[in-house]
Design a protein around this ligand. Structure first.
Ligand code: HAM
Length: 423
């Protein structure tokens, strides 16, 4: 049997890859505008990083990591997300001492989770994410959310819903935690095994359960918003105020808890409302993680960020039928007739490319008609046609495929004239 691609992964072929490039380019440009700079961390890290960083009660750590031992017996894991590694690097490279604060970083690259593959859920997927480390100003929470929204809007998405919540500080969370335990404990046997395990370890995650989401006790569960300390509450008010100032509509969902352990204060998700998008509607998730830097061995440093996958972004574009403005084409196809002319075009193609043009020629010894077809398929602006006769007469014909107009150019002046024409 022939070898097939692993489950939950995909090949991105020419034709599709241009969309990826356009999105990546848009994300980079946006980061430049917002002054986030790229960080590239390894694809694998010590497993310990994710146990501590992502949290050992999370689904990611308990069920979804690609963990292996290398030949030296080290425990390593393919990164399931980008925040832990970014923070690891922030601590290890002592970026907390940089003159420029807060430290604003972005990353783009493959992440790995052993999940059950379905529409919008892959085992290898590409995340674009940003992290702002070193500021506890609610204005940066609004900035982070606004960057994510801008990317979607710039690419043409309209059916978006931003959902925010506050998970409060330690004090608020532990009061809420106690209330949740008291709320669920008497009837916990009505919940799934996962939830029963969560009751003591992380009762907030019960609110996030996919299996029990319709249970009446989830709907009537005590809201974190009623347990926020005064400080957390006024922090959340500020975030909302700034979002309004930035013209970003939002909804507050007190059951939004997020699937990773490191969050506090602001948590948010951006969903697609588009019809036919499918069951998994979350496009982007993020939040504040004050405390994570210390957890990973650094000094007390607040942080906030988000990540989104390009796969789900593309699915949302599809669902909204947004066509990305892809402009594919080449400047010049060099067609040749006769052996000497063919030889000559090798040098001519080189000169065109050196002068900065995209150019192509035939490598299959095709007839002139087939060469024109190839030029058409490549969406060439011009076809330069050279036969043995033209070559000996120091001439070349140039045809514009846009209007069919044809001109004769002196061969030794071709690059110069072509450059003028393309200006
Ligand atoms: P997350 O919610 O686990 O958060 O993932 C963020 C986004 O990654 C999701 O909203 C979704 O777009 C995408 N994603 C996750 N799993 C898959 C999958 N299996 N297939 C396709 N796309 C997927 C984090 O990863 C946090 N590190 C976000 C963050 C950054 N928080 C603060 N800073």
């Amino acid at each position: 049997m022939s070898i097939q691609i692993p489950r939950g992964t995909q090949d991105i072929l020419p034709g599709e890859v241009e969309k990826w490039q356009l999105i990546e380019e848009a994300a980079r440009k946006l980061c430049e505008k917002f002054q986030y700079r790229e960080i590239r961390t390894p694809i694998f890290e010590h497993t310990e990083l994710f146990l501590r960083g992502v949290g050992d009660t999370t689904d990611i750590v308990q069920k979804e990591m690609y963990t292996f031992q290398d030949r030296g017996g080290r425990d390593l894991t393919l990164r399931p997300e980008g925040t832990a590694a970014t923070v690891r690097s922030f601590v290890e490279k002592k970026m907390f001492g940089d003159a420029q604060q807060p430290v604003k970083l972005y990353y783009m690259g493959p992440m790995f989770r052993y999940e059950r593959p379905q529409a919008g859920r892959y085992r290898q997927f590409v995340q674009f994410g940003i992290e702002a480390l070193g500021s506890a100003d609610p204005a940066i929470d609004a900035e982070v959310i606004s960057l994510a929204m801008s990317l979607y809007k710039d690419l043409g998405l309209e059916k978006l819903k931003l959902v925010i919540n506050s998970l409060g500080d330690k004090e608020s969370r532990s009061a809420h935690r106690q209330a949740l335990i008291e709320h669920f404990e008497p009837r916990i046997e009505e919940f799934c095994g996962d939830c029963q395990g969560r009751l003591e370890k992380n009762p907030m995650r019960i609110l996030d359960c996919k299996k029990d989401s319709d249970h009446e006790l989830i709907k009537s569960a005590p809201s974190i918003l009623d347990y926020l300390s005064e400080e957390s509450s006024s922090y959340f008010e500020k975030v909302k105020q700034y979002l309004t100032m930035l013209d970003i509509p939002f909804e507050v969902d007190q059951n939004l808890v997020r699937g990773l352990d490191y969050y506090n204060h602001t948590a948010f998700e951006i969903m697609s409302n588009a019809e036919g998008f499918g069951a998994i509607t979350t496009l982007c998730g993020g939040g504040r993680y004050n405390g994570l830097v210390e957890e990973i061995g650094g000094p007390e440093t607040p942080g906030i960020g988000f990540a989104l996958s390009i796969e789900r972004l593309l699915a949302a574009l599809d669902a909204e039928k947004v066509e990305l403005p892809l402009t594919r084409g080449i400047d010049c196809y060099v067609a040749a007739l006769g052996d000497e002319a063919k030889d000559y075009t090798v040098g001519l193609l080189g000169k065109l490319r050196k002068a900065g043009f995209s150019a192509e020629r035939d490598y299959l010894n095709r007839k002139i008609k087939a060469q024109f077809k190839a030029a058409d398929r490549l969406n060439a602006k011009y076809v330069a046609v050279l036969g043995d006769d033209e070559l000996s007469g120091n001439k070349i014909n140039l045809k514009s495929l846009a209007d069919g107009e044809q001109i004769e150019i002196q061969l030794d002046e071709f690059i110069e004239k072509f450059t003028e024409l393309c200006k």
